[in-house]
Design a protein around this ligand. Structure first.
Ligand code: SF4
Length: 333
């Protein structure tokens, strides 16, 4: 089934992530001596096109949320560059940081944790608008009402508080606030995984509609490949902080190359058709990111492991245009 948003064509680059690393120090003792590092993200390079939907997928602990936090500057990278409109934002402060935050917004998994319980829906959505746009009271009311309408909430919701909303309604409020300043990029961190299955489809459709209207880019973070295919132009598969495979959505779903991608694809029923695929179970537990396996990080769990996989890291193989994989099975001789 094609992506709701279409895709496949090359998009102008909005963001370029170059050789990103995020290591968290492990400290011990009274003086906080550093005894090691959790290598949450290691040498990750990718880009997000203008108006493009890119999905980062992998198990929990794969590093995808840490990548999102680095892009949102909730974490500062240990190493590497994040170029936004060609400008490195990893060290920005002050006005530049404020401008960047206006352009890059986020919707998180649990809307109730991201909505202030003391504010009503109108105040939650209008607060960033008033801060950045300085509208008159009438203009602010009209602007906020329009935003709420766009996410499917009528006027009766304006005076409600978060505890009076269902999960789906609360996520609509979070989305209205995220798009309120007309951002260039919206990071969606597991935006449907805390919702009922029937509501998940509604929220996915809403996100697709809004993207069509406003043409911002999405970076979708999820462990669930079944929702990815409906919304993504491009998919990046992450395992233990490293990219395993990257390509246009239609290639990843029709011809997944990396053994890890193939196993992920055999998961969870489709939320739209409820079709259940034959599930392949990943053997063993994910290794610790403190001491990841050398060479191919997936070799301790891979059904096709060879001697070379334990000795050398597989280089990038360009399997076809825009579709690359890091696996010795596809290395060019
Ligand atoms: Fe499996 Fe080897 Fe490919 Fe790693 S490089 S995924 S161990 S076949």
């Amino acid at each position: 089934m094609p992506s709701l948003l279409g895709g496949g064509e090359m998009k102008t680059e909005l963001m370029k992530i170059k050789d990103l690393k995020k290591y968290f120090p492990i400290k011990t003792g009274l003086f906080g001596k550093i005894v090691g590092y959790v290598k949450a993200v290691d040498h990750v390079t990718f880009h997000i096109g203008l108006g493009e939907v890119v999905s980062l997928v992998g198990e929990s602990g794969s590093g995808k949320t840490t990548i999102a936090k680095c892009l949102l500057l909730l974490e500062r990278p240990t190493y590497g560059q994040i170029l936004f409109n060609g400008y490195d934002i990893t060290q920005i402060r002050g006005k530049r940081l404020k401008d960047y935050r206006r352009n890059v917004q986020a919707v998180f998994q649990n809307p109730f944790l991201s909505l202030d319980p003391r504010m009503n829906v109108y105040d939650i959505v209008s607060e960033p608008v008033q801060y950045h746009m300085k509208l008159s009271k009438k203009e602010l009311y009209e602007y906020t009402s329009r935003l709420l309408e766009m996410v499917g909430l009528d006027q009766s919701f304006q005076a409600k508080f978060p505890h009076e909303l269902s999960g789906g309604q609360a996520q609509r409020v979070a989305i209205a606030r995220a798009i309120s300043l007309n951002p260039k990029l919206v990071v969606l961190d597991e935006p449907t995984s805390a919702l009922d299955v029937s509501i998940q489809a509604q929220i996915l459709n809403l996100l697709a509609e809004l993207k069509e209207k406003m043409n911002f880019s999405y970076l979708l973070i999820t462990h669930d490949l079944s929702i990815v295919r409906y919304i993504s132009d491009r998919v990046i598969v992450i395992y233990l902080g490293k990219i395993m495979e990257e390509g246009p959505s239609e290639y990843i779903f029709s011809e997944p190359l990396h053994p890890y991608t193939q196993i992920l694809l055999s998961s969870i029923p489709d939320p739209f058709t409820q079709e259940v695929r034959e599930k392949t179970i990943l053997r063993g537990e994910p290794p610790s990111p403190v001491n990841p396996p050398r060479a191919c990080r997936f070799h301790t769990r891979c059904p096709y492991v060879m001697d070379i996989c334990k000795e050398e890291d597989p280089a990038e193989t360009d399997y076809r245009a825009e579709h690359k994989v890091f696996c010795w099975l596809y290395a060019k001789k």
